[in-house]
Design a binder for this molecule. Sequence first.
Ligand code: FRU
Length: 511
Amino acid sequence: MKLTLLAFLAIVCLSCNQKKDTSNYYQEQHRPQFHFSPEKGWMNDPNGLVYYEGEYHLFYQYYPDSTVWGPMHWGHAVSKDLTIWEHLPIALYPDSLGYIFSGSIVIDENNTAGFQTGKEKPLVAIFTIHDMVKEKAGRKDKESQGIAYSLDKGRSWTKYNKNPVLPNKGDTDFRDPKVFWHEPTKHWVMPLAVGQHLEIFTSSNLKDWTKTGEFGQKDGSHGGVWECPDIISLKTNEGIEKWILIQNIGRGAVNGGSGTQYFVGNFDGKTFINDNSPETKLWLDYGADNYAGVTWFNAPNNEKLFIGWMSNWDDYANKVPTSTWRSAMTVPRKLSLIQTKEGYRLAQMPVAQLEKLRLSKTEIPKQTIKNTTLIDDKSVLKELDLSFDLSTSSATELGFVLSNSKNEKVIFGYDKASKQIFIDRTNAGKADFSKLFAKKHFAPFANAKELTIKALIDNSSLEVFVNGGSVALTDLFFPNEDYTRLEVYSIGGNAELTSGSIYPLKSIWKK
Ligand code: FRU
């Protein structure tokens, strides 16, 4: 007995001594500190976003063995507050049927698929199976939809033995099912990206699917393949309900490469009906680095919470200069529906829970901005949350400059003359990995006298939200040396800064 105890203590001590040194954890150059990124390897789209029993699940397209895209798995993390993430083991591995491409997860509350055995509600994942054997043989029908289920809160998964549940009849691109429950018609709905349009399938049991609608052959932007759709409903503050189709597009987005367009309209349980003319193009984010984003199933209070992959598939995703890992997600954002002169539009703001990460506040006093005013040049400006209320007064342009001693800089602001919000990363640091990177990105923004700018900066990313998130831009940057200087400027006249605050943010990865 004594011996066993001694042996046990010896093992415990041995493992104490071997305890991993975590001081370098998530400390690589350019590593985001409050955004989700995988410990190592390649990540792309968010998948299987579901809120269940107090946990937000974030699954993601993952290739653990390299920092470039490869055989797709579903990586997995959970969070209680959308802020601090815990890594969990890989949830789905590629198998003899193929790679596991993007998809969604639903809670099968009424056991419609029949997977429930005990008390725990089944989580059912619906994903695209991408068959590489068929791809190599040049066959069009390489993508089909499969399902898997978990009876232990997403910790382990069993693939359905009769996959695929939705075979392919010959469509080259046939993927990214984002399933939801439509209460009025009491069935499951699966929006699916097919080539450059959307197809809608419905089911009573998640296993047998019938096509009920098509949308978008002639609507919106068609610069590339449509991917990762999502259909959600939102209400304005006045209680007007609209259905929104979020539709990612692989190429030809507003500021180059991949991006996220959306449509405002109606959904009758079978198909999506656009409120606007087919020519209307609406963009969820005007930066270059917000792609494949979708929303959480079952978020509390029926909120529509969105997260995107912070990169650009078409332009440089496989090439950005990070070391042991590649790519991060955007911060989670709460979507809302607003009424504008042009019609109903999406707005978005970072989820409020992120405010928990705020450290000491610096208040910027009310002042008139003439030319350039220094806000900070003492600290290393790596993880920041900025909020400013400004009025353009006589200025024709106003904005902020983040820079370092090498004169590398990111500029963001409002150009009143051209009526555009912008991020300028033409001189932001490393750019030799892609000719398409060093650019300025614009978002239309008419007639603003009063401006509220919120910006989140995290080592290699900038997310800008203007006037309550009616405009958002997300851009990456890779400075050779940390930015240490923050200035606010005006051109062509004065601007009034009515209030401002800056908070450094705590790292979510510090152990
Ligand atoms: C979007 C996408 C999806 C696909 C997945 C593959 O980035 O191309 O259409 O399912 O990535 O990793």
